[in-house]
Write a protein that binds this ligand. Structure first.
Ligand SMILES: NC(=O)c1ccc[n+]([C@@H]2O[C@H](COP(=O)([O-])OP(=O)(O)OC[C@H]3O[C@@H](n4cnc5c(N)ncnc54)[C@H](OP(=O)(O)O)[C@@H]3O)[C@@H](O)[C@H]2O)c1
Length: 252
């Protein structure tokens, strides 16, 4: 089960953190990869590592907030591999502020990067999947898309990721007729470039221990099993599902 040999996985935000971790996970199941991000040299370093193990990789410099970049990336991926079976909408960032102080620019940056980009990328790659009557779309939302929090003010991030959660359900309903599933993973706290400065403080670690039943941050690679399952042929009857991988944060 969960063999991805012959499958092509496109991952946005593959240049660091969870995206690079999932790329290694998919490669381990035999998939070929389309690696996308703005930092091409990071993608190429990851590709070199994976190509040594026989994985075919295509690296594409792509800003997911730019629809021309995204459409061009989808075209390059289709020309190179002939198809894309699995899409992981993982790229993300945030400008954090409270609702009373947030600037228009901070709000718009977060919405563009975390929500509108998911629409652009799904539109471009979903059309390739439709032609082949097969697809698995996996959106990396956040547990902050399901609940609020008292540790930090980050209203735009909660809003964009909440949007990704319901985007997932709408796309699942709409694209089921093309044999395309769409599911979301809601990660909890994982130490990455995005989060490390916050997570390493004693105050945040104390908050985490009080609010995450498992009592620790997520470890490298702990998203991979969920992502591989949702990407697999075996998950053919699983769509519109919102899967928290958060050490129990949203369970309490
Ligand atoms: N870490 C956590 O605790 C956590 C929790 C919940 C959800 N998440 C979500 O998980 C996803 C991955 O985050 P991460 O923690 O792995 O952070 P990360 O290490 O900072 O990785 C973010 C990735 O997104 C890419 N990216 C950002 N803006 C982009 C843009 N405009 N165009 C193209 N690529 C862009 C970055 O690549 P370039 O800079 O090279 O373009 C990078 O590869 C995000 O959606 C994040 O919201 C993370």
């Amino acid at each position: 089960m969960f063999d991805l040999k012959g499958r092509v996985v496109a991952i946005t935000g593959a240049s660091s953190g969870l995206g690079a971790q999932m790329a290694r996970g998919f490669a381990g199941q035999g998939a070929d990869l389309v690696l996308m991000a703005r930092r091409l040299e990071r993608l190429q370093a990851l590709a070199s590592e994976l190509e040594e193990k026989g994985v075919k990789c295509l690296c594409i410099k792509c800003d997911v907030t730019n629809p021309d970049d995204v459409n061009s990336a989808a075209k390059q991926a289709e020309e190179h591999f002939g198809k894309v079976d699995i899409l992981v909408n993982n790229a993300g960032s945030a400008k954090n502020n409270g609702v009373l102080n947030m600037t228009d620019e901070e709000w718009q940056f977060t919405m563009d990067t975390d929500l509108t980009s998911v629409f652009y990328v799904t539109r471009a790659f979903g059309n390739i999947m439709k032609k082949h009557n097969y697809g698995r779309i996996i959106n990396i939302a956040s547990m902050y898309g399901l609940v609020g929090n008292t540790a930090m003010d980050t209203v735009a991030y909660h809003s964009s990721k909440g949007g990704v959660v319901n985007f997932t359900r709408a796309v699942a309903a709409e694209l089921a007729k093309y044999n395309i599933t769409c599911n979301a993973i809601c990660p909890g706290y994982f130490a990455t470039e995005l989060t490390i400065d916050t997570l390493k403080t004693d105050a945040f670690t104390a908050y985490m221990k009080a609010t995450v039943p498992v009592g620790r941050y997520g470890n490298e690679g702990e998203l991979n099993a969920g992502a591989i399952f949702l990407a697999s042929d075996e998950a053919s009857y699983v769509t519109g599902v919102i899967l928290p991988i958060d050490g129990g944060y949203t369970a309490v």
